[in-house]
Design a protein around this ligand. Sequence first.
Ligand SMILES: C[S@@+](CC[C@H](N)C(=O)[O-])C[C@H]1O[C@@H](n2cnc3c(N)ncnc32)[C@H](O)[C@@H]1O
Length: 219
Amino acid sequence: MPSTPSPSAPLFAAIYDPATAVLERALLPPHREYLASGLDGKVLDLGAGTGAMFPYFERVAGASTEFHATEPDPHMRRQAAEAAAALATPIHIESAPAQALPYGDDTFDAVVASMVFCTVPDVDAAMGEVARVLRPGGELRFFEHVVDDGWRARVQSLLAPLWERLAGGCHLTRQTGSQLVADRSFDVVEIERLHLGVTPVRPFVRGRLRRRTAVPTRD
Ligand SMILES: C[S@@+](CC[C@H](N)C(=O)[O-])C[C@H]1O[C@@H](n2cnc3c(N)ncnc32)[C@H](O)[C@@H]1O
């Protein structure tokens, strides 16, 4: 697999927590709870950022849970490591992009993706890796912002180039929900479009996909 340079967005990493603090309190808790609800076994947090999911993992941690996280940006990863160190629950963090995961086949019972597929350079390649590291029957849970309709979509298209540079490579106009449910390695358990957020970061989709037992060969 050709290697891609690791993302490095020190300014974005420095402002991420302060910039999202209000959202973390007012908007995101039910969606982070949705992602963490009832997790069991080996869990991977894909593109963990500053570790915003970690306290939610701690709430569902038990004797049979084991938490792992990947974060390719060193500035984000340092904050994630600090967030993990403040918790009683161990969270094993690796430096790896979603399109080249450093785990064996069928390793995880669940993969959690929170506002990550907007940033990965190749969503299909990342989904191939998620399918590979999930055991058959394992779940991908996601919460992602996607392209809107009408005038809001036009605003997103206009802002997209600047936004991508300022927001660590984030794409405003992806159709992540449609792309994920079309993946032939997964069955759709549930998906919903949520009219929340503020243009240009709205609406969101969240859902759960189950890895099929027989993963079709990719073209
Ligand atoms: C908007 S942040 C979301 C962070 C975290 N998941 C959350 O819920 O707050 C997107 C994260 O994806 C990371 N990222 C960038 N490129 C990536 C890639 N190729 N694979 C996985 N994560 C990536 C970024 O470094 C950043 O931490």
